[in-house]
Design a protein around this ligand. Structure first.
Ligand code: FES
Length: 145
């Protein structure tokens, strides 16, 4: 490692420490999830992991208005979210036949697109920022963070 590389490594470490010191976590590494065509119909879903968490990619109907939670990719509308319940951290199951997700721990209920219907969870399931890169959908960060 030359002096320039040592400097870059030290700088990256200091930036990470600074973020941690401010109560922020470093951005998770981007994850390639799938190509849009792998979800052939609306409400099809695909499990993946992001930042160490179980997550779900869901094909949704076109939104009535633009939403930061929804990515349009090649004519397909997609949303993704963590399956960690924002109430107490249980992993929520996959959507049921009625397109609801009901947390098995204390009964919080979410729509199949991750939006909260009923508590005790105080928020929606944590949304993931999606990007289309070279024909594939990538998870690149948390939307609400
Ligand atoms: S952990 Fe999901 S409702 Fe409590």
């Amino acid at each position: 490692m030359n002096r320039r590389e040592v400097g870059k490594t030290l700088l990256a470490g200091l930036l990470a420490l600074g973020a941690a010191g401010r109560g922020q976590t470093p951005a998770p590494a981007p994850v390639r999830i799938a190509e849009p065509g792998q979800l052939p119909e609306v409400w099809a879903d695909l499990e993946f992991r992001f930042a160490g968490q179980p997550c779900l990619l869901v094909r949704v109907p076109p939104p009535s208005q633009p939403s930061p939670r929804v990515l349009e990719a090649q004519g397909v509308f997609l949303t993704a979210f963590s399956r960690v319940c924002p109430h107490a951290g249980c992993t929520v199951p996959l959507p049921d036949q009625q397109r609801f997700i009901e947390c098995g721990c204390h009964g919080s209920r979410f729509q199949a697109d991750g939006l909260r219907v009923a508590g005790p969870a105080p928020t929606d399931l944590l949304a993931i920022r999606l990007e289309l890169r070279e024909g594939a959908v990538w998870a690149v960060g948390w939307l609400d963070a």
